[in-house]
Write a protein that binds this ligand. Structure first.
Ligand SMILES: C[S@@+](CC[C@H](N)C(=O)[O-])C[C@H]1O[C@@H](n2cnc3c(N)ncnc32)[C@H](O)[C@@H]1O
Length: 494
């Protein structure tokens, strides 16, 4: 029988705190984990300068948290348990079955691959994927491979980007792997090879709160998402929402890999569960595809509902793209004709607006589904129809960047900024582009421009083209990127 260790803080306070953290941060602390909660909150209160944890909690409960406070709390309340090639069975399936099939298909079309480690902790998981790809793809330099690694804990992310590990991170890893991909330092720790380090992009993302899928944070059109040992820390309703968003972040046919202990019929019902020897993996099937995949093994319990995938957009049609309905009414005629005509004109204007926006909407839809060449086609149509719209150039740039066409992306961002010098998101994207090209000075300048513009806006103002991202949130993203990079990528530091 489990012995319940009494907590030092009153139950009623811990209960209010855990509800508050669930709603504000997305972190779930059921009663069995109140000891962990107490420990974490005591550390957070010391850091905030409080002598008593209770006073700190009461202060926390008085108002909604800012992002910085959320990040600070997450540093103390999240579990940093991970190691290289953890839960090797799933990674073997990825290496031996899923990736070879994906690579075969993509070798014929666009040589690109997008993988997301959601809840990457200190980086062992995404770096394991990078090593695995390095072994699997002989002509890696010809591929456009994205490994996005995100977490809510900025301290974990800093350690991840630093890429230096102790022996404990290799507790279930064959020795040769450490020899091949790491350099032993004088202090006895192991530094990951820069080549592997460069394959992974680390970024802050709160799975419970932030927007995804989104082109802005590159969480769209993923082929594989690993979200392992993360969902177990969410309350069920929260986990359901997260899984739904992860589903939307995958391309049709994409895979979600969770931990074996997180297997659930209910939670993953939008996916098709595929049973491999020793593991279930979850696959997003196109709405039109048959419900059950040719499973490696039958999945007797699965009776899931149809996947909620959006139907594939039709092929681009120039006629549709350029069919802009001009309003037949000049303003003076409207004035005379009265309200009825004015309403009709408004309708026509809004139709015109809708039709003008249509190619860009199609471009976004294609990009969300990973059909990047098609998305670029739609962007070009949008530009041809409306040459002075900076949003079209911005979208073209982020899609080109995803395709690895950084020069075109940079040119397009330049055009967006020529048309709209106050386009903060374009400055930010240009900063990222410069950074990934090792041009730190230029990156610093663009980030600085973005910060100046953003700080002049109300923090909660939503940015155009940003999928619900607010000015304040982008300030924090840029600031935290700037703060973490000098210690992270020496050669890329801003
Ligand atoms: C136990 S670790 C798992 C690491 C790795 N995926 C693995 O399986 O080895 C859980 C990670 O989830 C992260 N996490 C917890 N809540 C999160 C949230 N709301 N958004 C993003 N990451 C979160 C924690 O910071 C921690 O790094």
């Amino acid at each position: 029988m489990a012995i319940e260790i009494p907590t030092a803080l009153p139950d009623s306070l811990l209960s209010r705190l855990s509800d508050f953290l669930e709603s504000q941060v997305g972190l779930h602390f059921p009663k069995e984990r109140w000891r962990d909660l107490e420990r974490g909150i005591a550390a957070a209160s010391r850091e905030a300068g409080y002598a008593e944890a209770e006073a700190y909690i009461r202060w926390l409960l008085t108002a909604p948290l800012t992002r910085t406070q959320i990040e600070g709390l997450a540093s103390h309340l999240t579990v940093g348990e991970t190691y290289f090639f953890r839960e090797k069975r799933s990674l073997d399936i990825l290496e031996q079955q899923i990736l070879p099939e994906l690579l075969r298909t993509r070798a014929q079309t666009e040589k690109h691959l997008r993988i997301w480690s959601a809840g990457c902790c200190t980086g062992e998981e995404p770096y394991s994927i990078a090593m695995l790809l390095d072994r699997l793809i002989p002509d890696l330099e010809k591929w456009n491979v994205t490994i996005l690694a995100t977490d809510i804990n900025p301290q974990f992310l800093r350690k991840a980007a630093h890429g230096v590990y102790g022996a404990w991170s290799f507790r279930d890893t064959p020795g040769w792997l450490r020899e091949r991909y790491f350099t032993r330092r004088q202090d006895g720790r192991f530094e990951i090879q820069p080549r592997i380090q460069r394959m992974v992009t680390f970024s802050y993302l709160n799975l419970a709160e932030d927007a995804y899928p989104s082109l802005v944070n590159s969480t769209n059109a993923m082929d594989v998402i690993l979200c392992r040992n993360v969902l177990m820390y969410f309350a069920q309703e929260r986990a359901r929402k997260v899984v739904d968003k992860l589903h939307r972040s995958l391309v049709d046919g994409g895979w979600l890999i969770t931990s074996p202990v997180e297997t659930s019929i209910v939670l993953f019902s939008a996916f098709t569960a595929v049973e491999f020897p020793g593991a279930f993996l979850y696959r997003k099937m196109a709405a039109t595809a048959p419900r059950t995949v040719a499973n490696r093994h039958p999945v007797p319990w699965y009776d899931g509902e149809a996947a909620a995938a959006t139907p594939a957009p039709a092929e681009p049609s120039a006629a549709a793209a350029f069919g802009v309905a001009r309003s037949a009414f000049a303003p003076e005629v409207l004035h005379e004709a009265g309200d009825e005509l004015a309403t009709e004109a408004k309708d026509a204007d809004s139709r015109e607006h809708d039709e003008r926006e249509m190619p860009r909407r199609k471009a976004r839809a294609c990009a969300d589904e990973g059909r990047l060449a098609e998305a670029i086609g739609w962007c070009e149509m949008a530009i041809a129809a409306d040459k002075l719209n900076p949003a079209h150039y911005y979208l073209l740039a982020v899609i080109c960047q995803e395709q690895g066409q950084s020069e075109t992306a940079e040119r397009s961002l330049g055009r967006a900024l020529y048309l709209e010098p106050d386009f903060a998101l374009a400055h930010f994207a240009l900063g990222n582009l410069c950074l990934s090209g090792g041009r730190r000075g230029e990156a610093r300048r663009h980030f600085g421009n973005a910060l100046n513009l953003l700080r002049a806006c109300p923090a909660d103002a939503l940015l155009p083209e940003a999928d619900g991202l607010s000015a304040g949130r982008l300030v924090e993203i840029i600031a935290s990127a700037q703060a973490s990079l000098p210690r992270a990528h020496k050669e890329l530091a801003v």
